[in-house]
Design a binder for this molecule. Structure first.
Ligand SMILES: [Zn+2]
Length: 126
């Protein structure tokens, strides 16, 4: 593809797109750079998204790991509480652990929503 590169002198210098990024010499003696053409915006992103299914940012990963840790720790803590009050192994103990872990997960998700909406923290690449 042939392109015309404008020179500071007012003339245009003919160049080929294969010369992108290189300099061509104008009849006036100046060197003008052939612009490097970029791929259309978004095309590159889509390719990367295709080859890499994860679109989580580093903060996103930290948050996911934090959420898992919080739920596990809460579950373990609830188990200890059940043991302490002598409920271990009962249906109530199981319900208590599920409710506590679920509640912790809800709290973590709410915290994540607040971070995203109020502070603009990005957990996903957009
Ligand atoms: Zn020139």
């Amino acid at each position: 593809m042939n392109v015309q590169i404008p020179c500071g002198c007012g003339q245009h210098v003919a160049a080929d797109s294969s010369q992108a990024g290189l300099a061509v010499r104008c009849p006036c003696g100046r060197e003008v750079e052939v612009p490097a053409w970029r791929r259309p915006p978004g095309g590159d992103d889509r390719e990367r998204a295709g080859s890499r299914p994860s679109r989580l940012t580093e903060l996103g990963w930290v948050f996911v790991i934090l959420a898992v840790v919080v739920v596990l720790v809460t579950g373990a803590a609830a188990g200890s509480v059940c043991e302490f009050i002598g409920l271990q192994g009962t249906r109530d103990a199981k319900n208590f652990r599920v409710i506590m872990s679920g509640g912790a997960l809800v709290l973590v998700c709410a915290a994540g929503a607040v971070l995203r909406v109020v502070f603009g923290v990005r957990f996903y690449r957009e």
